[in-house]
Design a protein. Structure first.
Length: 73
């Protein structure tokens, strides 16, 4: 099913599917228009780097709660 989704530009999925997509994009060109996977640029292909980016994004989302402040917008 994934090879038929060429127009997908942004995708939210689980870790295993993210890793599969990353691996297959390098070898077969799967999802050529994909730009964002789980909120992270799809051009970042190393899973270690993707995990660091995911952790940083999660921290930034929770920062207002940690700092006991509010975010508008």
């Amino acid at each position: 099913m994934l090879p038929h989704l060429n127009a997908v530009e942004e995708l939210t999925c689980g870790y295993q599917l993210e890793e599969y997509i990353r691996r297959e994009r390098e070898s077969t060109g799967l999802l050529p228009n994909l730009k964002i996977v789980n909120g992270i640029d799809a051009s970042i292909t190393a899973m270690d780097e993707r995990n660091k980016m995911h952790d940083a994004c999660t921290l930034l989302e929770k920062l207002p709660l940690i700092a006991n402040s509010y975010v508008l917008g």
